[in-house]
Design a protein around this ligand. Structure first.
Ligand SMILES: *Cc1c(COP(=O)(O)O)cnc(C)c1O
Length: 386
């Protein structure tokens, strides 16, 4: 029996051919595929600009750099996310303030964020990093309103939600990372994410100045753009204006990303079918306390349930070759963040969620038979409880 993971990439012949074509071309990095990918991705999410980078973490780091995060600055984010959403603040020496989640949506609770801001007397809170966790869009418009009241910036971590949207009314929705309400948004092309490029990331924005700054920081802070140069010694001449990094994506990764992007909508459709099937199967089952449900616009990077006897269920599924996963261990309880004074009990909603959550297999190539087997194994586990 082959292993059923919680998520996996889908590579087609077409994807492989796209990479091979680029490998046979004159460009391995910084070629035409990068610009194509940026253009296509911006179009997909509806932003004015996109900057391709080496991975999602690099995207987050460039964002905090471009927004001038410095030691003493405080930034608010959720504890239920991948470490990089918070770490990007630390890369610039800033302080991470975790605010609790909404127990129904599992997303950063805007009221908790408001409380943190109102309680703070330092005046050092600079920004908010909401996460479209599991693929469910945050109400970014509401976050914008709050941020504007206090002069804060927003980085939307949309790694889980390319193609996802927040639905306000029947005809009114906001696509994740479209830059309408956030200053910057970021995506990842790690193989477990919707669009795989091996490694890779993207920053989207509608802000022209930030866009130029990100381009500079992506390649060492070096520019050849004539109108930006202080001097000019000839065609070879360039200047380094800031301390940047090499966070470039390669052209063959961009070729893979481009090819995958063409199938993004099909993948989303299949993810939503799978979610619906799980929802039906677990409806009214007393051992399942909560599940994401079918939410319009949800991109279903993950399908999470809150389950009784979670650890035993996890182990049982593993014995059946089903590798479910836990997303996430609350970040404020990581030994690294505890060093800053965070402790158990600080964020009760996040901690309670963590004690019961489990992410079930969710990826476009998961077959109906495989999903049926996963569901059967879950029922089997609860039927056989002493
Ligand atoms: C995957 C992920 C990242 C980091 O992306 P990488 O490409 O792995 O560096 C950041 N935030 C969230 C929420 C993620 O899921």
């Amino acid at each position: 029996m082959k292993i059923i993971p919680y998520g996996r990439q889908h590579i087609t012949e077409e994807d492989i051919n796209a990479v091979v074509i680029t490998l046979n071309s004159d460009f391995l990095t910084q070629g035409p595929q990068i610009g194509e990918f940026e253009k296509n991705f911006a179009k997909y999410v509806g932003s004015n600009y996109a900057v391709a980078v080496s991975n999602g973490t690099a995207a987050l780091h460039l964002c905090t750099m471009a927004l001038n995060v410095k030691p003493g600055d405080k930034v608010i984010t959720t504890p239920i996310t991948f470490a990089a959403s918070a770490n990007c603040v630390r890369y610039c020496g800033g302080e991470v303030i975790f605010a609790d989640i909404d127990p129904n949506t599992y997303l950063l609770d805007i009221n908790a964020v408001k409380q943190v801001i109102e309680k703070d007397t330092s005046g050092n809170i600079k920004g908010i990093i909401p996460v479209d966790f599991a693929g469910r869009a945050v109400d970014i418009k509401a976050f914008r309103k709050l941020a504007d009241e206090y002069g804060l910036w927003i980085i939307e971590d949309a790694c889980h939600a390319p193609g996802g949207a927040y639905k306000y009314k029947a005809e009114e929705y906001n696509i994740c990372g479209n830059g309408q309400f956030c200053d910057l948004a970021i995506f990842s092309f790690h193989p477990v994410k919707h669009i795989a490029a091996g490694e890779g990331g993207m920053i989207t924005t509608n802000n022209k100045e930030l866009y130029h700054r990100l381009n500079l920081l992506r390649t060492h802070g070096i520019t050849k753009q004539e109108d930006l140069l202080n001097e000019n010694h000839g065609a070879w001449y360039y200047e380094m204006h800031e301390l940047g990094y090499n966070y470039r994506l390669t052209d063959f990764q961009a070729a893979l990303g481009n090819s995958q992007l063409k199938r993004a909508e099909d993948g989303l459709k299949r993810r939503r079918e799978i979610a619906k099937f799980y929802l039906e199967a677990f409806k009214d089952k007393p051992f399942i306390y909560g599940q994401s449900g079918v939410v319009e616009g949800h991109a279903y990077h993950l399908y999470i349930i809150e389950a009784e006897k979670r650890k035993e269920l996890y182990d049982y599924l593993r014995s059946k070759q089903i590798f479910a996963q836990i997303h996430y261990i609350p970040l404020h309880l990581m030994p690294y963040y505890k060093k800053f004074g965070w402790e158990k009990g600080d964020l009760p909603n996040a901690e309670k969620y963590y004690s019961r959550c489990i992410s079930l297999p969710m990826y476009p190539t998961l077959s109906s038979e495989e999903q049926g087997y996963v569901i059967d194994c879950i029922f089997e586990f609860y039927d056989n409880l002493p």
